[in-house]
Design a protein around this ligand. Structure first.
Ligand code: NGO
Length: 638
C-alpha cells in the first residue's frame, strides 16, 4: 500500500487556485437537440444580441416569454416593439413545410427572424434560438455575454405530432413547483405533452368534489409512508395553464381498474367485499381492482372522469388499464367497454396503456394505446391498431426514465434492464413493433415512474440526458439518426444544464465539456502530501492523504449559485467503500460509504455529486475518514 509513514505534512500553501472557465466554443447552426430537419449555415455570419436590441412578435405571449428569458441573463431592456424588432417573431412567411408545429429561423448579422404558422411553431423556434445562444443565456442572474448566434437558415418541423413525458406523482407526490420546473425543462426539447399519473395504489393526487376522501384519505401517504399530498382543482388548473404557456398539453391519468388501492382504501363500497383495505406504501403491482360488477363503481368512475374532463382542455383522458391482474379478462373487457364511452361522451379521446387493446375490448373513437412492453411485437397493440387506434411508443427497455443507467446507478429500478443514453437513443419509434406501420405511430413518450424518485434532483438525474434522446426520436427525421452526431450535440447541452442547475447524469458515453477543473495538488491541504508516483493522474500530481482521520483537501469554487454537479476523481487501495466525506460550505453532502473502492492506487474513478452551491465562493472539502489506506484525490470538476 502506498502510505505516508512519517510526519504529517501540513501543506497550507494558500494555493487557492480558482480554475478559469474554458472559453465556450461558439455553437454551429445545427447544434440543437432535437436536430433540425434542414440547416443552411451562412459561413462567417454571426448575430450578436446587443443592449439596444428590440423584440417584436405577432404572438404576444411567445414574445413576452422570449423577452423574459433573455432579459434575465443579458440584463438588457429588450423592449417589445410594434415595428419589426431586432428579433422578430412572425406568423407569416414561413416555408409551408413547417406545418402547425414547425418554424423557420433566419439569422443574419443584424437580425433574428422566426416565422411560423402558429404560436406553437414560434415557441418551438424560440427553443432552437435558446440553444444557439451561449449556455450562460440560461443564467438566472446577469452575465457578461457576448450573446452570439451563428448565422444561416433553419427550416424545422416534427416527425411525430405527440412527443411526451410522463411523471408519476402517485408513488411519490411532487409539488406544483417541481412540475412547473419539469415543464420548463422538457419544453427546451420541444416536448408537447406532459402525462401526469395521478392515481395508483399508493396515492390519489387530485381533488374530486363528489368523492372527497380520494384526496384526503387516498392522498395521505406515498411509497415509504411519507405524507403524500394532492393537488386542489385550482392547483391542477394552474399546472394546466402553465403547461399551455409552454405549448404543452396535460394528459391526466386515473389508472383503473387495477392500481386502485388508494381509491379502495378511501371508499369501502368500491371493493367487492365492501371492506376498505389499508393504505399501501410498498411497491408491488397488480394486487388491487375496483369491483367491476358493482354499479356504484361506474357511478364513481363516471363522476371522477366528468370532473377531470371539466378541468382538462387537452384531447385525452388516460384511463391506465395496465397490470389489472386482479381482474379477470372478461371483467376487464366488460369494465373498459363501459368506461371508454364515458370518456368519448365527455368529448375526450381514450388513452391507455397498451393492455386496453386486448381482444374483447371495443374500439373507441380516436383511441391511443401507449406501448410499454419490452418486446418488439404485441398482439394488444396490433389488435387496437386494426380497430383504428394510434400508438404512443414508450418501450420500457428504451424509454422508461425510471430504469437505472447501469448496475451502479443508485436510483431507479431494473426490471426492464439498464438504459444508458445510447440505448435510450438507439431505436426507431416508427419501425419498432412488427405489424404496426409507422403511419399508426402518433409519437413517443418518456415515462418517469417514481417508486424510488423522491426529490427534484432525482427527477433531473433520471431524465437528463435520456429525455432529450427520446425527444429527438420524436421530433427529428429518421434520416438524421446518428449516435455519434447526437452525442456530440448532447455534450454541448451539459454546460447549459450546469447553468440551469440541472443535476444530470454524466454518462461516460458522452464527452461532456469540462467547464472547470480544480487540481487537488493546487488546493488547500491539511495533513496531506502531494504525490507523483502513481500513473494516470492529471496535472502535476495528486494528493495522497496523510494516514490521519480528518485530513482533507479543500477547494474554493466560485459559482453563480444553485443546484449543480461536482465530479471528484479519486483512487483508493481497497475494494471496499471508504475514502472520504465531502462537505460543501461546512455541511456534509456525501458520506464516505458512497464512494466505491477502486481496488488500486492507480485505478482512478470519478464520482458525481449533486449539490447546491451558493452564489460566490464555496468551500468544498473532501475529508479522509480512515487512518489507514487512503484515499488519493486527483481533481474536482464542476
Ligand atoms: C410498469 C407498471 C408501473 C410501474 C412501472 C415501473 C406500467 C405501465 N405499469 O409500467 O406501475 O411503476 O412499470 O417501471
Amino acid at each position: 500500500m502506498f502510505s505516508r509513514l512519517a510526519a504529517v505534512l501540513v501543506l497550507l500553501a494558500g494555493l487557492l487556485v480558482v480554475a478559469e472557465p474554458q472559453a465556450a466554443t461558439a455553437a454551429a447552426l445545427g447544434d440543437v437537440v432535437p436536430v433540425p430537419v434542414s440547416v443552411q449555415p451562412a459561413s462567417g455570419v454571426t448575430f450578436t444580441l446587443a443592449s439596444g436590441a428590440t423584440i417584436s412578435s405577432d404572438d404576444t405571449s411567445t414574445g413576452d416569454y422570449l423577452a423574459a428569458l433573455l432579459r434575465r441573463s443579458t440584463g438588457y431592456a429588450l423592449p417589445i416593439t410594434s415595428s419589426a424588432g431586432t428579433i422578430a417573431l412572425l406568423l407569416s412567411g414561413a416555408d409551408p413545410n413547417v406545418g402547425s408545429q414547425g418554424y423557420q429561423l433566419d439569422v443574419t448579422a443584424t437580425s433574428v427572424t422566426i416565422r411560423a404558422q402558429t404560436a406553437t411553431g414560434l415557441f418551438n423556434g424560440v427553443q432552437t434560438l435558446r440553444q444557439l445562444l451561449p449556455p450562460a443565456i440560461e443564467s438566472a442572474t446577469v452575465r457578461p455575454g457576448p450573446w452570439t448566434v451563428p448565422g444561416g437558415r433553419i427550416v424545422d418541423y416534427p416527425r411525430f405530432a405527440y412527443r411526451g413525458a410522463m411523471l408519476d406523482v402517485a408513488r411519490h407526490f411532487h409539488s406544483v413547483a417541481t412540475i412547473k420546473n419539469y415543464i420548463d425543462r422538457i419544453a427546451l426539447y420541444k416536448i408537447n405533452y406532459l402525462h401526469l399519473h395521478l392515481s395508483d395504489d399508493q396515492g390519489w393526487r387530485i381533488v374530486i368534489d363528489a368523492w372527497p376522501r380520494l384526496a384526503t384519505v387516498g392522498g395521505s401517504t406515498q411509497v415509504g409512508g411519507g405524507a403524500g399530498g394532492y393537488y386542489t382543482k385550482a392547483q391542477y388548473q394552474d399546472i394546466v395553464a402553465y403547461a399551455a404557456s409552454r405549448q404543452i398539453t396535460i394528459v391526466p391519468e386515473i389508472d383503473m381498474p387495477g392500481h386502485t388501492n388508494a381509491a379502495l382504501a378511501s371508499y369501502a363500497e368500491l371493493n367487492c367485499n365492501g371492506t376498505a383495505p389499508p393504505l399501501y406504501t410498498g411497491t408491488d403491482v397488480g394486487f388491487s381492482t375496483l369491483c367491476t360488477t358493482k354499479e356504484v363503481v361506474y357511478t364513481f368512475v363516471s363522476g371522477v372522469l366528468g370532473e377531470l374532463a371539466a378541468l382538462t382542455p387537452g384531447p385525452y383522458l388516460h384511463l391506465g388499464g395496465d397490470e389489472a391482474s386482479a381482474t379477470s379478462a372478461s371483467q376487464y373487457a366488460a369494465f373498459l367497454n363501459r368506461v371508454q364511452p364515458m370518456i368519448t361522451g365527455l368529448g375526450k379521446a381514450v388513452m391507455g396503456w397498451h393492455n386496453i387493446g386486448a381482444s374483447g375490448v371495443n374500439a373507441s373513437a380516436g383511441r391511443v394505446v401507449q406501448f410499454w412492453g419490452t418486446t418488439t411485437s404485441d398482439s394488444s397493440v396490433t389488435n387496437a391498431v386494426s380497430q383504428g387506434a394510434k400508438v404512443v411508443m414508450s418501450p420500457a427497455n428504451k424509454a422508461y426514465l425510471d430504469m437505472k443507467y447501469t448496475s451502479s446507478t443508485t436510483l431507479g429500478q431494473s426490471w426492464a434492464g439498464f438504459i444508458e443514453v445510447q440505448t435510450a437513443y438507439g431505436w426507431n419509434p416508427g419501425a419498432y413493433l412488427s405489424g404496426v406501420a409507422s403511419s399508426a405511430i402518433l409519437g413517443v413518450e418518456a415515462p418517469l415512474w417514481t417508486e424510488t424518485i423522491v426529490t427534484e434532483d432525482n427527477i433531473e438525474f433520471m431524465a437528463f440526458p435520456r429525455l432529450p434522446a427520446i425527444a429527438e426520436l420524436g421530433w427529428s427525421p429518421w434520416s438524421t439518426h446518428d449516435w455519434n452526431a447526437f452525442k456530440a450535440r448532447l455534450a454541448q447541452q451539459g454546460p447549459r444544464w450546469d447553468v440551469m442547475g440541472i443535476a444530470y447524469y454524466h454518462s461516460p458515453q458522452v464527452s461532456w465539456p469540462v467547464t472547470n477543473r480544480y487540481e487537488a495538488e493546487s488546493a488547500t491541504l491539511s495533513q496531506a502530501a502531494v504525490a507523483t508516483n502513481h500513473t494516470g493522474f492529471s496535472g502535476s500530481g495528486f494528493v495522497d492523504y496523510a494516514n490521519v482521520t480528518g485530513s482533507y483537501v479543500q477547494w474554493s469554487v466560485t459559482s453563480p449559485g444553485g443546484a449543480t454537479s461536482l465530479k471528484i476523481r479519486y483512487a483508493n487501495g481497497t475494494t471496499t467503500n471508504r475514502p472520504m466525506d465531502v462537505f460543501v460550505n461546512g455541511t456534509k453532502v456525501v458520506s464516505a460509504t458512497s464512494f466505491n473502492g477502486t481496488g488500486n492506487w492507480d485505478t482512478w474513478a470519478t464520482k458525481t455529486l449533486s449539490v447546491t452551491l451558493t452564489a460566490g465562493t464555496n468551500t468544498i472539502r473532501a475529508v479522509a475518514t480512515t487512518a489507514n489506506g487512503g484515499p488519493n484525490v486527483d481533481y474536482l470538476e464542476t
